[in-house]
Design a protein around this ligand. Structure first.
Ligand code: ZN
Length: 74
């Protein structure tokens, strides 16, 4: 994937978390499964495998210090 900011090639990696992986509109005290209000988007693979539930692929640009994550296919 090319970086949308500088156009250089990005490196594919993973972001992993202990329980599961979410983007939330409200900062949590403990990074875990979010409860309560605020918008949230599940970022994990969600295929039912307990070993991949808390991770997602992420593209990194070393030049711009950016990470890009796809959170859905549809
Ligand atoms: Zn870049």
């Amino acid at each position: 994937m090319k970086c949308p900011y500088c156009g250089k090639e990005m490196t594919l990696g993973y972001i992993q978390n202990r329980d599961d992986l979410f983007w939330t509109s409200q900062k949590r005290v403990v990074a875990s499964v979010p409860l309560g209000g605020g918008e949230k988007v599940h970022l994990g693979c969600g295929d039912g495998n307990p070993f991949v539930g808390g991770e997602t692929e992420a593209w990194r640009c070393r030049v711009c210090k950016k990470i890009i994550i796809d959170y859905g296919k549809d």
